[in-house]
Design a protein around this ligand. Structure first.
Ligand code: T5A
Length: 211
């Protein structure tokens, strides 16, 4: 039987450099001969991308917290069934910009949803599936928001106060401390070349351990 592919995620607050580092990680994985699928959350499928627009756009400012939480998991269920699980079963590797850790961080830490309620949805939608490796790009919110702000108009989340992102960051770091085998924390406040060096090291180490 073909070995299932590895599932790798990138996490961090806005402007942490996930998209930038994802491009590097994808190149390294392909250079190592892995068949790779790149994706993102919310999104990754036509329905998921439509939900992303609802979640990030401003048409529904003030959306109820439970609605936001359930839409995140609705997009995730579609993503898992239509893309992530079939790809992993075929032996392809999946590299994803955000996954369920973002729900714990944003809806849990940021919005104050109880962790146990998120855990129920996680179990329902994912069963036991978790990423095999999660790179957490960590930096102070002020730095990330300044970087993100230079680039585009703020989305529904980017309009939140710094204190919101401080809570998000705290949950990310707590999750990394709780699951040290899965998480690698990268100091994303460093200059880009240095961040990329840290990411490359983690990816090479994971490739060596997986094969
Ligand atoms: N969300 C998502 C939830 O609330 N719950 C969930 O369950 C999920 C899945 C998604 C939003 O949805 C929320 C979280 C998010 O708010 P998104 O587009 O995926 O939004 O995430 P963003 O964080 O908004 O994406 P960004 O593009 O803003 O951030 P990135 O990808 O982390 O940053 P990147 O690579 O685009 O870099 C930003 C800028 O900084 C520069 C880059 O060149 C770029 O200009 N940069 C650096 N500059 C200096 N030094 C470095 N080390 C740099 N690294 C990057």
């Amino acid at each position: 039987m073909r070995k299932r592919g590895a599932f790798i995620t990138l996490e961090g607050i806005e402007g942490a450099g996930k998209s930038t580092c994802m491009a590097l990680a994808a190149r390294l994985l392909r250079d190592a001969g892995r068949e790779l699928v790149e994706s993102r959350e919310p999104g990754g499928t036509p329905l998921g991308e439509a939900l992303r627009e609802l979640l990030l756009g401003h048409r529904h400012d003030g959306m109820a917290v439970d609605t936001e939480l359930l839409l995140m998991f609705a997009a995730r269920a579609e993503h898992l069934h239509r893309k992530i699980l079939p790809d992993l079963r075929q032996g392809r590797w999946v590299l994803c910009d955000r996954f369920t850790d973002a729900t714990y961080a944003y809806q849990g830490g940021g919005r104050g949803v109880e962790e146990s309620r998120i855990a129920v949805l996680e179990k329902w939608v994912q069963g036991d599936l978790k990423p095999d490796l999660t790179l957490l790009l960590d930096l102070p919110p002020e730095v990330g928001l300044e970087r993100a702000g230079k680039r585009s108009k703020p989305d529904r989340f980017e309009k939140e106060r710094v204190s919101f992102f401080e809570r998000v960051r705290r949950v990310y770091l707590q999750r990394a401390a709780d699951e040290p085998r899965r998480f690698r924390v990268i100091d994303a406040a460093r200059p880009l070349e240095e961040v990329e060096r840290q990411v490359a090291e983690v990816v090479q180490e994971f490739l060596a351990a997986w094969s």
